[in-house]
Design a protein around this ligand. Structure first.
Ligand SMILES: [Zn+2]
Length: 113
């Protein structure tokens, strides 16, 4: 499962921050997840509970903010919203739309005790 690897990465980042900043417990982990990242929030929460056990991230709530997909058409240069990874340019019908954002998953903020 793709969410498992992503979650391991998130927990690693949280533990790294805990070491650097000297906190023991994280209350809330705010994540930004692009709509194109193909991540199921429920699967992410499930994996997070399993992976964070015994770490500084254990028991933390996950707040997931979705980020819409955006792309740029290589044919007409328009910036276009992306609702699907493979869709034609709504401006010119071109097929070469490059994804510029929306496939990221990153830790935006931690709320700690
Ligand atoms: Zn176009």
């Amino acid at each position: 499962m793709h969410e498992m690897a992503l979650t391991e990465n998130v927990v690693e980042i949280v533990c790294e921050e805990a070491r650097k900043q000297g906190f023991d417990r994280v209350r809330i982990v705010r994540l930004r997840v692009g709509d194109m990242a193909a991540v199921e929030p429920e699967a992410l929460r499930f994996c997070f509970d399993a992976v964070s056990r015994g770490t500084a991230a254990e028991g933390a709530a996950l707040e997931i903010r979705r980020a819409p997909g955006e792309g740029r058409c290589l044919d007409c240069g328009e910036a276009v919203p992306r609702e699907a990874r493979f869709a034609d340019c709504p401006a010119c019908g071109g097929r070469r739309v490059q994804l510029t954002s929306g496939d990221e998953l990153r830790v935006e903020e931690l709320e700690v005790d």
